[in-house]
Ligand binder design. Structure first.
Ligand code: ZN
Length: 312
């Protein structure tokens, strides 16, 4: 077996890179800025250069390298074709072929959230399980699905986009995707604040949160932890919307572990508790075996998943 592999998680502002032993040991990680100018045409060259430099620095030959796994922020088909990565300026092209040509190494590519799900399954909170749903709650709501140990990409690379499940068909405001009533509009960090501001404007809550300038999701969770009735109410509402969505997803994929990651997951046990409550209330009896847990690998989930892709 080849001993080494590279994990590359391409984000809109930084590219996270990791040199791994194929057993799953992270040897070294570092970051470089993402150069998005000129439709992101320098991104793959930058990655190839980093790989070459690291190999010569560590005195590792290409024969010892299993390949490069790449996670990108957009839909990726099974063959490595990227449909559109708005954040990178990329149009349609095959990232696997292009990077392989530049480096002479085997390359596998996947959507960043799906790859992160694979990472959590392999070395994170889903370790030991083959059926994992990852829900990332940050600025948006993302997701990744692993079934039978395999990442699910879907026909157009868009599987796992759970943030755009319709949860309220009467919603008037638009989601970033152009639809109205998406889960992301209610359950992302931005969505949580949007809902709280709406409730404060429409209802007569007495809460210190009313005086907070630039209200954040963190403020709302903190207030709930301190027993503020409004904060508690908002967290309950989030739990009901997100818990119900997860229960619906579980009807379709029956995961063993549901991993909650992203910035909002820093709220911790209060979030897990409320999700569990509504998940148990809303889910189908035979899918209630699922455990809801916090993510373990944080921002490194992607680079771990990239290595796991190479093993398949
Ligand atoms: Zn949407």
């Amino acid at each position: 077996m080849k001993q080494y592999g590279f994990g590359v998680d391409v984000g809109g502002t930084t590219i996270k890179m990791g040199l791994f032993e194929m057993s799953g040991q992270l040897l070294e990680k570092w970051e470089i800025p993402t150069r998005t100018e000129e439709h992101g045409k320098y991104i793959l060259d930058d990655i190839a250069k980093q790989v070459e430099n690291k190999l010569s620095e560590k005195n590792i030959s290409k024969e010892e390298v299993a390949g490069i796994g790449v996670g990108v922020p957009g839909p990726v088909k099974e063959d490595g074709t990227v449909i559109k990565c708005v954040n990178l300026g990329w149009g349609i092209f095959n990232v696997t072929e292009a990077l392989s040509e530049k480096t002479g190494l085997p390359v596998k590519a996947g959507n960043d959230a799906n790859v992160a799900a694979l990472g959590e399954m392999w070395q994170g909170s889903g370790k030991g399980s083959q059926d994992v749903l990852l829900v990332t709650i940050g600025t948006g709501v993302g997701g990744g699905i692993v079934i039978g140990g395999k990442m699910v990409a879907g026909s157009n690379g868009a599987a796992g986009e759970i943030g755009h499940i319709l949860v309220d068909s009467k919603e008037k405001e638009y989601c970033t995707c152009g639809k109205r009533g998406c889960l992301e509009q209610f359950a992302s960090a931005t969505g949580i604040v949007r809902m709280a501001k709406k409730a404060l404007a429409e209802q007569e809550w007495k809460t210190p949160l009313r005086e907070v300038e630039n209200l954040t999701a963190k403020d709302i969770f903190e207030a709930a932890k301190q027993g503020d009735a409004f904060g508690e109410n908002q967290v309950e509402q989030l739990g009901e919307i997100l818990g119900t969505a997860i229960a619906n997803i579980a009807c379709v994929i029956n995961p063993e572990v549901i991993v909650i990651g992203g910035g909002v997951s820093k709220a911790g046990s209060i979030l897990i508790r409320v999700l569990n409550k509504y998940f148990m209330e809303k889910s189908y009896h035979a899918s209630q075996n699922a455990r809801i847990v916090l993510a373990k690998l944080g921002n490194d989930a992607g680079i771990y998943g990239c290595i796991r892709m190479l093993i398949e």
